[in-house]
Design a protein around this ligand. Structure first.
Ligand code: GTP
Length: 427
């Protein structure tokens, strides 16, 4: 049986190739059989699509390239149509696979995956011949429908069969990493966190900084999250347990939800102001105001933004305790301007007290990154020390990325100089 890709006609290939050139950003490729879940993963993790909406996604016919902007993760994701063979001679495989950081192969675990394994073998061995630096990642996907025992058995079976195939081809030196994933829970974010971390050059430095922060502040676990994608780009060296990771990851959703509500009310407030300016008597009636609040936020006027809207966070300052979904988890939110930082460096912080006495503490490192820590309540009493250490951590992280940015710029300039020299010598 031929497990290679089916033959594709030329017009389809040319059509697709138009999409394959362009950006210098490191690439993450999503490959796998049709309907294995590639586009769903891309949309859910990087596009915030609700998992249920992926049921209506149409099959991909061309490479879908997406620049991950507004995120710390400065990569390009390429979603490949399941039916095309990009190792065909018609393609410049050097162009496609030369600059790849990670090749993620998605296997549908709810289906018979024999064909998928042969395709995975073909894909990995072909890509390896082009670029030996690619990190190969295998998502055993859609495991939400499987029992825990069956998940483990499936992973063992996939690993065993791939290991045998690579050994038979004397290519056992190719290393594959395996993850059990589903878009319906945290597993897909956890897997992407580990995949992306392999591509971050600054990872060891960030881990060291997090270790020092935890040791000196009584913090049990700390994650540095990319706010947009909920991918954690680094954590301290204590073991990651799924429960703490899920709590921290959920905290981002809670905060974003609150911020969105604030933006919504700010928008309504500004709309009202503009209506007031243009209204004949130039006055706002109190009854209108109350109606707005009761429609929008359950009648709590303190959720409104009390300023001129120049900076949302600069004007928001509230604490609250409330029960969450019957969990009796006490939650305090405080989005406030921190003294000692400039007007433009307003940063958010947030605190959630858990039932067992632990505390989840979030601090904004910059526009793209947040630090979320889990610690015992009595350790949180040394609040000033934690805040001071956090400022030191933040400065160090900023320095690391400034340095890395400068190095990248220098490397790019050097590459351009080399290219120009090559061109002039060949003329
Ligand atoms: N149960 C379950 N279904 C999923 C999961 N991820 C994706 N799906 C479903 O799988 C189906 C196919 O998903 P797609 O993302 O379109 O698959 P694809 O690999 O991009 O397919 P092509 O574009 O044809 O190559 C959709 O109905 C998704 O809702 C998952 O984690 N669990």
């Amino acid at each position: 049986m031929n497990y290679d890709y089916p033959h594709i006609n030329d017009s389809e290939i040319t059509d697709t190739l138009e999409d394959t050139t362009g950006s210098d950003k490191p690439r993450i490729l999503l490959m796998g059989l049709q309907r294995s879940g590639k586009s769903s993963i891309q949309r859910v993790v990087f596009g915030k699509m609700p998992p249920n909406d992926t049921l209506y996604l149409e099959s991909t016919t061309k490479i879908q390239k997406e620049d991950i902007t507004r995120s710390f993760i400065d990569f390009q994701i390429w979603d490949f149509p399941g039916q095309l063979n990009f190792f065909d001679v018609t393609y410049d495989s050097q162009e496609i696979f030369g600059a790849v950081g990670a090749l993620i192969f998605v296997i549908d675990a709810q289906d018979d995956y024999s064909d998928a394994l042969h395709r995975l073998f073909f894909t990995v061995t072909s890509a390896y011949r082009v670029n030996q630096n690619i990190s190969f990642e295998v998502l055993i996907h859609k495991v939400d429908g499987l029992s825990d025992d069956y998940k483990i058995d499936t992973q063992r079976d996939v690993q065993q069969r791939m290991g045998d195939m690579l050994a038979d081809a004397q290519m056992e030196h190719i290393h594959l990493s395996y993850y059990l994933t589903s878009i319906y829970d945290h597993s897909i974010y956890e897997a992407f966190s580990k995949i992306i971390q392999k591509l971050i050059r600054e990872l060891p430095t960030l881990e060291n900084l997090l270790n020092v922060l935890c040791q000196n502040s009584g913090i049990d676990k700390a994650y540095l999250f990319d706010t947009l994608t909920k991918i954690y780009i680094a954590t301290d060296s204590s073991p990651v347990d799924m429960q703490s990771y899920e709590l921290c990851s959920d905290m981002i959703d809670v905060i974003i939800d609150i911020e969105l509500k604030l933006i919504f009310h700010l928008f309504r407030f500004l709309k009202k102001i503009s209506a007031q300016v243009s209204s004949p008597n130039g006055r706002l009636s109190l009854s209108d105001d109350e109606e707005e609040y009761s429609n929008g936020n359950g009648g709590d006027p303190h959720h409104a933004v009390n300023g001129n809207g120049a900076s949302l966070r600069d004007h928001y300052d509230t604490d609250r305790d409330e029960d969450e979904d019957g969990d009796n988890q006490s939650q305090e939110q405080s989005l406030r301007r921190t003294d000692g930082v400039g007007q433009n460096e307003a940063e958010a912080s947030s605190l959630i007290k858990l039932d067992n006495g632990d505390v989840l503490y979030m601090r904004e490192v910059n526009r793209l990154l947040v630090l979320i820590c889990l610690l015992r309540h009595d350790n949180f009493e040394k609040h000033g020390l934690i805040d001071y250490n956090f400022q030191c951590f933040k400065e160090a992280v900023t320095e690391v990325f400034d340095f890395s940015q400068k190095r990248n710029n220098q490397q790019q300039q050097q590459q351009m100089v080399n290219l120009a020299q090559q061109q002039s010598s060949s003329e």
